[in-house]
Write a protein that binds this ligand. Structure first.
Ligand SMILES: [Zn+2]
Length: 410
């Protein structure tokens, strides 16, 4: 892997990215967007059409003079992929087609209460039944993107952490799931997956932005010129482990005062559990695999106007705002996206307070006013990004099964 952390995609991959994000484009528009000559684009497009990945779909009626340009789009049925996001409190599985459209999804319990062997067995079963229900033939599935928290070794497909329990450390996650499914499995970081999922969904007006990911823990990602910044080994931008001013709480990483330890969902739930009357009022249970459900209960109390719930979440949001300031200052960003299941209900509150922190203390705020967005698919962004990552990584060079009718009969 390149030492500077940013790998430039090939022309073919960039063409596929643009068509996935925009639906249809002409060759001229593609050439303008990737800043290459029309001849280079024409060659790349010809190879993609021959490979069965791209097709022509009529002409652009908007054009005034001359021959209208032919429009191109992805062949949505060329390939499918599966994205699985596992977390201690929830598991999400999505199936997407080659155009990136979600055609099936399922939500399951988290991994906090079961070990990796049973998790992998259950995942293989659920993926199989989801594909059958969606009517997707196995030979059209390019692979599976398995999305988890970090730190992780993506090349070996193992987690380098004893979270959620010691048996997860170095367990051969991708190898065992791949054996059971008979499909390639790529390991991916949850925040990175959410970041490129957001970018490839075409939901943002910029190709350089930061992302704060909040599941039971807190992660971060940065997309630079349309590419995820990977760092040395894909464990970059761990903003959950930025130590904050005045923070003291001990963290799983060994440091003190990390954003995750001070302000993550587990910390907020622990603050509520410390006060039994609050815990009872919000219905917070404190089960080890129930952190996000408990966090949602606190967020619902905020939404119905509870003052204590508001105070707790605002405190958390201000801490995370500090971490966002570090993220923006390090990468000179003007856009931050919030993604992950913890933002499903509380997203607007976090957006407001993180924006306020950035407007108060981001160094470059005078030059470009910081914008904070809640992700367009906040709870499934990471699973969707994992599925898209598979399409992007494995489709160029793979041979599309020749006869669709024949394939669909199986
Ligand atoms: Zn930490």
């Amino acid at each position: 892997m390149a030492g500077h952390g940013l790998t430039r995609a090939t022309t073919a991959v960039r063409v596929l990215d643009l068509l996935r994000a925009n639906g249809t484009l002409s060759r001229v528009e593609l050439a303008e967007r990737v800043e290459l000559t029309p001849a280079t684009i024409t060659n790349a497009v010809r190879r993609l059409i021959d490979a069965g990945l791209v097709r022509e779909v009529g002409r652009d009626p908007q054009q005034g003079r001359g021959q209208p340009r032919r429009l191109l789009e992805l062949d949505a049925g060329a390939w499918y992929s599966v994205g699985i996001q596992i977390d201690r409190t929830t598991t999400t599985i999505v199936v997407v087609d080659f155009a990136g459209t979600r055609i099936a999804s399922a939500g399951l319990r988290g991994t906090g209460a079961v070990g990796p062997e049973s998790t992998v067995l259950a995942l293989a079963e659920h993926v199989g039944s989801l594909l059958r229900r969606a009517g997707v033939p196995r030979e059209r599935v390019l692979g599976v993107g398995l999305v988890t928290h970090g730190p992780q070794d993506r090349e070996r497909g193992v987690l380098l952490t004893a979270q959620p329990g010691p048996e997860w450390m170095e367990f051969p996650l991708t190898a065992s799931l791949s054996d059971l499914l008979g499909l390639p499995v790529l390991l991916e970081n949850d925040a990175d997956a959410a970041a490129f999922g957001e970018f490839w969904a075409g939901a943002l007006p910029t190709d350089t932005f930061g992302l704060v990911y909040m599941g039971s823990g807190i992660g971060g990602g940065v997309v630079v010129d349309g590419e995820v910044y990977r760092g040395r080994a894909s464990n970059a931008v761990e903003i959950g482990h930025v130590a904050l001013n005045g923070g003291e709480a001990p963290c799983v990483c060994g440091n003190r005062g990390c954003a995750q330890a001070e302000a993550g969902p587990q910390a907020v739930v622990a603050q509520v559990l410390a006060d039994s009357s609050l815990a009872e009022r919000f219905g917070v249970e404190g089960r080890p695999d129930g952190t996000l459900a408990d966090f949602d209960r606190i967020a619902r109390a905020w939404r119905s106007g509870d003052r204590e719930a508001t105070g707790l979440l605002e405190r958390s949001a201000r801490w995370i705002g500090q971490a966002a300031v570090a993220l923006v200052n390090l990468f000179d960003l003007d856009t931050v996206v919030l993604a992950g299941p913890a933002f499903v209900i509380a997203g607007p509150l976090y957006r407001e307070h993180i924006t306020a922190e950035l407007e108060r203390s981001a160094l470059s705020r005078v030059l470009h006013r910081p914008q904070v967005h809640v992700s367009s698919n906040v709870d499934i962004a990471a699973a969707t990004g994992g599925a898209l990552h598979v399409l992007r990584t494995l489709s160029v060079g793979a041979r599309v099964p020749r006869s669709r009718a024949e394939a669909d009969l199986n």
